[in-house]
Design a protein around this ligand. Structure first.
Ligand code: 86X
Length: 480
């Protein structure tokens, strides 16, 4: 048995962080490197990212967004142009100080995000109202030199994301787009990754410093820690003013455009894996799964050829139906060994085919998430397997939603809040939304303000912490 195919040795319920890295490594999703915080995204993990990319890319293209590529290297002077935006982030910027042996005249930053390079170009490209709107996206890596302990996919020094950067003549158009993009992010999480999220606006203390306001989708993972899943910012005219993006409007007057920026990263995959995987290994929702079904022939010397022939046939039929299927006909492993291996690696459905099944013209389909075994007539496989996959996709989201609900509590007093924070819950509470209050909540309970959900009821009564008038219902949790 090779090192990577041994099972998970810790339980999700006992030590979730150790369990999580074992799933990632043993399911062959990541590999560590000698640079802390930098991991290899192996093919089966990258395939999941490609599914997100494919779906989201198509959706934004329908909105008129175009892809482009801006440089990895950003001159210091550009990065520091919008002071407010860099402030706070400065300690995380990675710098290039030398080229070969010679010191650079001006240090060059490795992009932590690309507002500055992109808006410097926008200042050249946006001259007339006819140049608007401009909608550009890029799928790239970014670097943030974190010093906190890294967690693969959740917090690291380099990750992959898309960053969208748009500019409009009117505030109204820009603000509409903020919501359209936020809804696309919700759909990525709920429809593709089967991870329930909560849409909302960030409290002022949590917004992106360069933005007028920030919106986000947030979720609590089974570790009891929340992750900001994706963000969509309305930048107002802040960057336009700092980068002198100016154009002549229809009446010939000088004007600054209204801008947005928005992003979703490979962190989303970390949240998805934390949610669905179990003590046997990886569980992946079919819509992003690299492998939907694995056909495992169960052969004995006597009817080996017959079983193998049928196994090949059903594999081909399923393939033609668009099912990502693999025939595992390696004969140096026992069927039982293969069952474990494919559970570990997260094949959505295992299809067992033995001589007895063949006599009954059936195969046994086993769902990865529930372990439920269903006999399926061979001539119905191409119809039933896609149906089972659809059902699995839906079931994963509903059980994830149920779990999230079970972890959500409304705190009516500061004592209740602190108890819920200790229990790693997702806490809903009345909130004044003030910076000072947000930080004392964080200091005293360990829970951070995530967002102010759009779905929440109107504020009522007093802030959970400072007892001043409540401005909104906020959600809070310990976070990564
Ligand atoms: C904020 C803002 C925004 C486009 C997104 O959230 C989505 C995609 N960008 C990103 N942010 C920074 O601006 C930032 C800046 C520096 Cl210099 C840094 F080192 C780290 C940063 N992290 C986040």
């Amino acid at each position: 048995m090779s090192k990577t195919t041994q099972g998970i040795t810790v339980k999700k319920s006992e030590n979730i962080s150790e369990w999580y890295v074992q799933v990632l490594q043993k399911a062959e999703l990541i590999e560590y490197t000698d640079v802390s915080g930098c991991i290899i995204y192996r093919p089966r993990l990258y395939a999941m990212w490609e599914e997100i990319k494919k779906w989201f890319d198509e959706e934004i293209k329908k909105l008129g967004v175009e892809n482009a590529y801006f440089p990895l290297f950003i001159p210091k002077r550009l990065l520091e142009k919008e002071a407010e935006h860099v402030q706070g982030f400065a300690p995380e910027v990675a710098w290039v100080m030398r080229g070969g042996r010679s010191e650079l005249k001006e240090e060059i930053a490795v992009r932590p995000t690309s507002e500055t390079v992109i808006y410097d170009a926008y200042a050249k490209w946006i001259q007339s109202h006819r140049d608007l709107p401009i909608k550009i996206n890029q799928w790239v890596n970014v670097v943030r030199w974190e010093f906190k302990h890294p967690t693969p996919l959740i917090r690291g020094r380099e990750f992959l994301w898309q960053e969208g950067h748009t500019a409009f003549a009117t505030k109204k158009e820009a603000e509409e787009e903020v919501q359209i993009i936020l809804e696309l992010y919700r759909r990525v999480f709920e429809e593709l990754l089967a991870v329930p999220v909560i849409k909302g606006i960030k409290a002022p203390s949590e917004k992106f410093a360069g933005a007028d306001y920030s919106t986000s989708v947030e979720t609590l993972t089974p570790s009891g820690k929340a992750v900001q899943a994706a963000t969509s910012h309305h930048l107002g005219q802040n960057f336009a003013k700092a980068f002198e993006i100016e154009y002549q409007d229809e009446s010939g007057k000088k004007a600054n455009p209204y801008q947005n920026s928005w992003g979703i990263s490979t962190r989303s995959l970390g949240a998805m894996i934390l949610y669905h995987s179990d003590d046997k290994g990886l569980v992946v929702p079919p819509r992003v799964a690299p492998l939907h079904a694995v056909v495992i022939p169960i052969t004995f010397d006597k009817n080996k050829n017959k079983v193998l022939r049928e196994a090949k046939k059903i594999t081909k039929t399923l393939e033609e139906e668009g099912v990502k299927v693999l025939l595992d006909d390696r004969d140096h492993y026992t069927p039982g060994w293969k069952f474990n291996e494919w559970e570990l690696k997260g094949a959505c459905i295992r299809i067992e085919l033995g001589p007895k099944d063949l006599e009954k013209e059936q195969a046994i389909a086993v769902r990865r998430d529930t372990g439920k075994k269903t006999p399926v007539k061979l001539n119905e496989l191409s119809k039933k397997i896609p149906k089972m996959l659809d059902k699995m996709q839906k079931d994963l989201l509903s059980s994830a939603k149920e779990w999230l609900d079970s972890q959500s509590v409304e705190a009516k007093s500061w004592t209740e809040f602190q108890k819920a924070a200790k229990e790693k819950k997702l806490i809903w509470a009345q909130f004044c939304t003030k910076d000072a209050c947000a930080s004392s909540i964080h200091e005293e309970s360990g829970a951070k303000s995530l967002n102010l959900p759009y779905s929440a009821k109107k504020p009522k009564g007093n802030c959970i912490k400072c007892k001043n008038k409540s401005k909104a219902v906020g959600i809070f949790a310990k976070s990564y």
